[in-house]
Design a protein around this ligand. Structure first.
Ligand SMILES: NC(=O)c1ccc[n+]([C@@H]2O[C@H](COP(=O)([O-])OP(=O)(O)OC[C@H]3O[C@@H](n4cnc5c(N)ncnc54)[C@H](OP(=O)(O)O)[C@@H]3O)[C@@H](O)[C@H]2O)c1
Length: 328
């Protein structure tokens, strides 16, 4: 399977490294970053690519654009791993549309296009007879989409709830364990590289809400938007609130929940008993799916990271390869 890689940052590098290290039957034939591009229909030499990127900051030639790659490169699937624009979804949505328009499969970790234009992109992929997959957009390495589509096929999914933001979970864990204030825990999260310089998207629950929208629409095809999510972040939580919860054998976690029957679509800090399955530590993510037949299933795993996110991307790619090989 030949892939074109749009983005060679943390996730793109993870994908390239794993493709190079493991015998997956995947060849990278094109790659682009924000300022350059590189194409080789016979397969890019990955160690040289990564060394060049590290040394010069460019993956290739500044004369080769993303548009060149999408339109001219030889590939079966576009792997779109450029930064998320949560407000417009651009330019990534246009990149994805262009690749689907060329009847190329698309796999992405980018939440913007999926949360804002997921329905259109899924429809376009269907029309063109190709796949559009986005396992990596929600809960990093946890294969929730695959489980929903396959392992739980035949089940009615009744509700989902989960910890979808590792930064918030880290802050809450440290506040509870060490009695830190919110500001102290946030500072520590920044020092550890878990929080951005501007942590708004994480701590106000926006990132978790976007992931909740993606999951909700993927499961129930409800056309929900970020504005439909009732949202409270963790930025106003006090150390006292955590302490009081601890005194009762409980703790606080930022929980994203969706249940169409009860019209719940919410991200908010919740007091949970310490042995609740969603009380996971540090930057972990967790998700409980409630279904009619299987009842509750909880998945716990890493919600981010270079190789962890590459795991989800590669899972989607190999799934597409197997599905379409069977149809051929
Ligand atoms: N990191 C994670 O653990 C994780 C987990 C789940 C999902 N995601 C999502 O995955 C995506 C990639 O994340 P990341 O952490 O790899 O980001 P990153 O480290 O910032 O890398 C982004 C890459 O995209 C390139 N890029 C920027 N603008 C571009 C454009 N217009 N066209 C093509 N390439 C462009 C950048 O180029 P330069 O190298 O030239 O700057 C860089 O190579 C994001 O949407 C993120 O939200 C990340």
């Amino acid at each position: 399977m030949k892939i074109a890689l749009l983005g060679l940052g943390s996730v793109g590098r993870g994908v390239a490294e794993m493709v190079d290290k493991k015998d997956l039957g995947i060849t990278i034939t094109a790659v682009a970053d924000s300022k350059s591009g590189y194409m080789d229909p016979a397969g890019v030499d990955i160690p040289s690519l990564l060394a060049r990127k590290k040394k010069t900051g460019h993956c290739g030639d500044t004369g080769i654009t993303v548009a060149d790659i999408i339109k001219k490169a030889t590939y079966d699937a576009l792997v779109e791993v450029s930064p998320t624009n949560a407000l417009t979804g651009e330019p990534s949505t246009e990149y994805i549309r262009a690749a689907l328009g060329r009847k190329k499969h698309v796999v992405t970790s980018n939440k913007g296009p999926v949360s804002l234009a997921g329905k259109d992109l899924r429809a376009l992929a269907r029309k063109k007879g190709v796949a559009f997959r986005y396992e990596a957009t929600v809960a990093g390495a946890i294969p929730v989409m695959h489980l929903l589509e396959h392992g739980l096929s035949g089940n009615e999914i009744l509700s989902i709830s989960g910890v979808l933001n590792g930064t918030c979970n880290y802050i809450l864990t440290r506040m509870a364990d060490e009695g830190l204030t919110y500001d102290q825990a946030l500072l520590e999260a920044r020092e550890m590289g878990y929080a951005e310089a501007d942590p708004t998207y994480d701590v106000q629950g926006i990132d978790a809400a976007i992931k909740l929208v993606i999951l909700t629409n993927a499961i129930w095809d409800t056309g929900k938007k970020l504005a439909d999510v009732e949202r409270t972040g963790i930025d106003l939580l006090t150390a006292d609130a955590l302490r009081l919860a601890e005194e009762d054998g409980c703790t606080i976690r930022l929980i994203a929940e969706s249940c169409p029957k009860t019209h719940v679509l919410r991200v908010s800090p919740r007091i949970l008993s310490k042995n609740h399955p969603l009380v996971v530590e540090g930057t972990l993510n967790a998700l409980t799916l409630t279904t009619d037949m299987a009842k509750e299933i909880t998945l716990i795993g890493r919600g981010a990271g270079s190789v962890e996110t590459a795991s989800a991307i590669i899972g989607d790619l190999l799934y597409i390869r197997d599905q379409y090989a069977r149809r051929a």
